[in-house]
Design a protein around this ligand. Sequence first.
Ligand code: NDP
Length: 339
Amino acid sequence: MPMQSREVRLVRRPQGTPVPEDFALAVTEVGAPGEGEVQVRNLFMAVDPAMRGRMDDAPSYVPPFVLDAAMEGPAVGEVVASNDPAFAPGDLVFHRLGWREAFNAPGSALQKRDGSALPPQAYLGFAGMTGLTAYAGLLRVGGLKPGDVVFVSAASGGVGSLVCQIAKLKGHKVIGSAGGAHKAAYLRDELGLDGVIDYKAEPNLTKALAREVKAIGAKGIDLYFDNVGGDHLHAALALANPFARFAICGMISQYNAAGHVSPPRNLTLIMGKRIRMEGFIAFDHHDLDQHLVADMTAWHKAGLLKASETVYDGIDQALSAFLGLFDGRNLGRTLVRLG
Ligand code: NDP
């Protein structure tokens, strides 16, 4: 008996901030899996800011989404039926066929995960690409070293909240920025950050960062983990200590900009302060996967890691989950429960 699966398709390339009319929820039939194929029912999918880039028809490190087809993205699911001897019904699998409830795919599109070690959605968060982004960005690209004062933007989000926690677990002073009083309270009370900025309540972000740096008795910041760009990058440049490292993970403040975006006007500070600024993409750092999963699992089991999540229910809420990345509604990793 074929089963029905709902999926979210991109039907028009957004101009600026995406609107519901750019997408459609469609129903497909998933028949029995073919030779070498595996049938999967998704349990959770994740939404990422980088998906916004794939909605444009522009050159990037990943190809654009195809119009009138289901979008792609990280998800975990359960094997329902299998014509590939490497997979059996009940297996937990990670794959990139999110934005749909169920599908058939060759076994090569799936990676098995240990469903007994961690909750399934952990493989979309701290034990998956989000974790790897935080881990590799902070420790390898940022080169975290003893005594570093760390500044993190979008600090209450999926990546940011993990960066803050890893830096705290390693004994660092951490200043985090997020939008809104409840997110500021989360950073201070739940994650135990040393300095907190509610950037939506600050008329001048550079002055706010200077205030927080002074309050912790530091001269400046040594490592900036950039998720936002724009004014946050400007403030970080202004408060950087000599030889600071900037791990450029994302610049979400610019993803929905329709036209030209001006760079921070104090970029020349890179030279005088001898700042090392390095962009990175998490998938270049898969050699760290084993360390990531070992460290994250140990911290998780010891109760040292807060895996904060905002979970939406049902594929019909997936678009809302995605748009929530940009309007500040979501805290922690943003997931959609599908199963
Ligand atoms: P988040 O869970 O952090 O969600 C995005 C957050 O960004 C929101 O919660 C929001 O928090 C904040 N935000 C949105 N718009 C603005 C704005 N205009 N100014 C300031 N803050 C804003 O998403 P992820 O953890 O998935 O991603 C975080 C960053 O990491 C993104 O830039 C993403 O592109 C990047 N990334 C990069 C990867 C890489 O390999 N380089 C891999 C994965 C992610 P608030 O309410 O505080 O504004």
